[in-house]
Design a protein around this ligand. Structure first.
Ligand code: ASP
Length: 330
């Protein structure tokens, strides 16, 4: 909803903000910048699912000392990537149907710099490789063998990511599956993490082992800038989790940011993106998608197709889980 409060706040983002509506321009003149500065809740970090609590802690260590959002988002999701007990991200991630753990990740900063890796094997922290792609190359995305070669050149260590626990789960899956990837809402839980630092800069990171038992070579939304993650420092940031194909089809995270640009609150923007997912898919069986957004004022919100999506918020006074609102029950 374009409430007057959000309308005014968004128009006061500063001269860098780009708004096309003449209405928005005229409101801007009435707003005192100093009052708005006080309204901004920063630093803040938000991230998807229960694993977000621990990831937020790592981000908070950086943010609370005045560190950058970019460093904070990388440090946060690395915790999840390196947790062997987490079967949907990084080390210990459930493999594809051929038993290969393939990782997708991307990172984006306040200046629209971004980097990504997709279908990367044998490297524990794909988010750090994505950051190197962003900072040390002229490219945005590297995939597969090329991404691995680049990582090794940059000094990343080769690691077997298939833990005994995930290997056993895959072997059990093979017995029943007939080699058919089955869409299962239980087996994919990306971490998307968004931070606003003391200087008012936003960054985001998104990393996953993707849908369990997927076809080898499948890439989801998580490493795709505009789908799994998008940051526009004038407005806000958004990330996605759930069925990546559905998120890609609607350019999910970019849409959420654009909706916030047009005055929607983070929750309403996520809700509208979910509405689009619902509208564009005839069959919603098991089609869980969740969006999480954070705007320039430190306001956050999430929304999902089905009940059950949650996210963690860390501010100076809290690190807690929030149950997102949703479109329908399972
Ligand atoms: N979005 C990820 C993918 O489709 C999975 C997830 O978020 O659980 O690969």
């Amino acid at each position: 909803m374009k409430t007057r409060r959000n309308f005014i706040k968004l128009t006061a983002l500063g001269s860098a903000a780009v708004f096309t509506s003449s209405c928005l321009t005229s409101e801007k003149e009435n707003v005192s910048d100093s009052k708005l500065q006080k309204d901004i809740k920063k630093p803040i970090v938000v991230s998807t699912w229960n694993h977000g609590l621990e990831a937020n802690e790592a981000s908070w260590k950086i943010l609370s000392k005045g560190g950058s959002a970019l460093d904070a988002v990388e440090a946060g999701v690395k915790i999840t990537e390196s947790d062997p007990n987490n079967t949907s991200v990084g080390l210990g991630g459930l493999p594809d149907r051929d038993g290969k753990v393939t990782l997708d990740a991307c990172i984006m900063d306040h200046e629209n710099n971004c980097g990504a890796v997709a279908c990367l094997q044998d490297i524990e922290n794909p988010i750090s490789v994505a950051r190197k792609v962003m900072e040390d190359t002229q490219h945005v995305m590297l995939v597969g063998e090329g991404a691995k070669q680049f990582a090794l050149e940059k000094g990343f260590k080769e690691t077997n990511l298939l833990t005994e626990k995930s290997k056993q789960a895959w072997e059990k899956w093979k017995e029943e599956s007939k080699y058919q990837p089955v869409i299962n809402s239980e087996n994919h839980d990306t971490i998307g993490l968004l931070a606003l630092d003391e200087n008012g800069n936003l960054s985001g990171a998104c990393t996953t082992s993707g849908m369990a038992y997927k076809l080898h070579g499948r890439v989801g939304d998580s490493p795709i800038i505009g789908a799994g993650l998008f940051v526009d420092n004038e407005v806000g940031a958004a990330c996605a989790t759930g069925m990546g194909e559905a998120v890609i089809r609607i350019a999910g995270s970019a849409i959420v940011v654009e909706l916030m640009r047009n005055g929607m609150s983070p929750t309403d923007a996520c809700k509208e993106a979910v509405n689009r997912v619902v509208k564009k898919h005839k069959d919603l069986t098991n089609l869980q998608v969740g969006f999480l957004a954070l705007n320039k004022f430190g306001e956050s919100g999430g929304y999902s197709v089905y009940a059950g999506f949650n996210y963690a918020i860390h501010t100076a006074t809290q690190n807690e889980m929030i149950d997102a609102k949703y479109n329908r029950e399972w």
